[in-house]
Design a protein around this ligand. Structure first.
Ligand SMILES: [Zn+2]
Length: 106
């Protein structure tokens, strides 16, 4: 999980782990993922209201979701610029990321 370049859901992680360790419970995998998030080893992303995925890439980056395949692509931080943050008077921005949706050009 910590070396994947993908953004799997907890269920995906569980199914993959269960291929090698069939006895492992879903709860164990979920708890371990949450522990990793707590320890700062993984980031939890809420890219869609009904899906939470995990991201081992800790440095700040953006995401592009391919609506045709559901694939989540990492976009390097400096490829997208958000400006005018200083106009957000009254808000102290701790972090942000841009989530783009569309299709990949072939
Ligand atoms: Zn990512």
């Amino acid at each position: 999980m910590l070396t994947t370049k993908e953004h799997p859901s907890a269920d995906r992680v569980w199914k993959t782990v269960a291929e090698s360790f069939p006895a492992i419970s879903r709860a164990t995998v979920y708890n371990t993922l949450n522990l990793f998030v707590e320890k700062g080893l993984l980031r939890e992303l809420h890219l869609d209201p009904d899906s939470v995925v995990f991201d081992p890439k800790l440095e700040t980056h953006h995401h592009f979701i391919d609506e045709a395949t559901g694939a989540i692509h990492d976009i390097p931080w400096d490829r997208v610029q958000v400006c005018n943050l200083e106009s957000m008077r009254g808000f102290k921005v701790r972090e942000y990321q841009v989530v783009m949706r569309g299709t990949k050009r072939h």
